[in-house]
Design a protein around this ligand. Structure first.
Ligand SMILES: *Cc1c(COP(=O)(O)O)cnc(C)c1O
Length: 379
């Protein structure tokens, strides 16, 4: 054979040749495909990146361990993960979702899965007898989100999961807000946990991601594996890498942000211009005791306030805040504030004077002063 010509050299010379470099931080494996050995096998089993990728494997194994799960499946967004859970069901199945479930879950069930023949009931999940009454013979899945968004209602995970088991249905907990630092639903009997890793796992508002974690159900594992690799809604290697990077500081961030949220919630309760603070970490919350027993390390870094007045007053206050940026989403290092009703639309049951806060890592004294000055505009 002659010496490779320029075009061939351009391909071969730029290929990976550091097979054993042994870096401390994982390299980003952008390659979509992997060399096949002479005997037909693949090193470490990687063949094609929709099926599996080293960065995704690291991410999935990490989240499975942090949630005490048997296996995790990563998706490109939280909603893609949630979609995959619903895809495990079949036409004619009945699903129970919370009345203030993450708004896009409600939209997804109404506009996509009802068309596929799923029956959906909306229930106040903080009321156990309401959940029990909503169960039908074809109930296949009960959706739990606690603390709820944006009203911070608490669902008794263990009690609802017991009910679910008794009725041969599956339970899933959206654990995006508490993260495994504050709550481990699989330990309380849930079959599945879903996360939007866009939020606290990523932690820096610069990556989208989602995942489903299983508690050991092998039938579900098979279904989800099929859905993940054949529907193909998988995250990019770089996104997996960013989320893994976030995971390494997850505990520190969530604990510090939770501590800021608790202190801010207590302060806001004393502020004129605030009608009510919705935060399960303070004794005025109707389910403070339940929250304290099923969560650890605090009640999280999300809280909502009802501002005295209506939409106009709520908007005025949120626009006046300097350290809380007006933006959607949550879980990043920076504090955010959002008027939820105007994002969710006129059908939303969210009170019109509600502002939702994602408390960040700033100094809490600055956050308190920021609210004091902003509330002056309405008092
Ligand atoms: C953001 C969020 C989702 C959806 O996640 P995406 O990554 O935006 O698709 C689902 N559940 C909760 C509780 C969320 O906050």
């Amino acid at each position: 054979m002659s010496k490779p010509r320029f075009e061939t050299l351009a391909i071969k010379s730029a290929e990976n040749h550091f097979h054993e470099a042994n870096p401390v931080s994982a390299p980003i494996y952008l390659s979509t495909t992997y060399h096949r050995n002479e005997d037909g096998s693949f090193n470490e089993g990687f063949a094609y990146s929709r099926h599996s990728n080293p960065n995704r494997s690291i991410l999935e194994s990490s989240i499975a361990q942090l949630e005490n799960g048997s296996r995790a499946f990563a998706f490109a967004t939280g909603m893609a993960a949630i979609h995959a859970v619903f895809e495990c069901l079949k036409t004619g199945d009945h699903v129970i979702i919370p009345d203030d479930v993450y708004f896009n879950v409600k939209t997804l069930t109404e506009h996509v899965f009802k068309r596929w023949g799923l029956e959906v009931s909306t229930v106040d999940m903080s009321d156990l007898s309401a959940v029990e009454n909503a169960i039908q013979s074809n109930t296949a899945l009960i959706w739990i989100e606690t603390p709820s968004n944006p009203q911070l209602k608490i669902t008794d995970i263990q009690a609802v999961c017991d009910l679910t088991k008794k009725n041969n249905a599956l339970s899933v907990v959206d654990n995006t807000w508490p993260t495994p630092v504050l709550q481990n639903p699989l330990d309380l009997g849930a079959d599945m946990v879903v996360h939007s890793t866009t939020k606290y796992f990523g932690g820096h508002s610069d990556v989208l991601g989602g995942c489903v974690v299983l508690g050991g159900n092998s039938d579900l594992e098979e279904k989800l594996h099929m859905i993940q690799t054949h529907s193909g809604g998988v995250p990019s290697p770089f996104d997996c890498w960013l989320i893994c990077r976030g995971i390494q500081t997850l505990s520190l961030r969530v604990k510090a942000q939770t501590s800021n949220a608790l202190e801010l919630a207590k302060h806001l309760e004393t502020c004129e211009g605030i009608e009510q603070v919705l935060y399960p970490g303070i004794p005025s919350h109707p389910q403070y005791t339940l929250a304290s027993s099923q969560m650890k390390n605090g009640a999280g870094a999300m809280l909502s306030v009802l501002v005295k007045g209506g939409v106009e007053e709520a908007m005025k206050v949120s626009n006046k805040l300097k350290y809380f940026s007006c933006a959607t989403s949550l879980g990043g290092v920076e504090s955010l504030v959002e008027h939820r009703k105007s994002i969710e639309g006129p059908q939303s049951p969210t009170p019109k004077n509600l502002l939702r806060l994602s408390v960040g890592l700033e100094n809490v004294e600055d956050l308190k002063e920021d609210w004091e000055q902003a509330l002056k505009t309405i008092s």
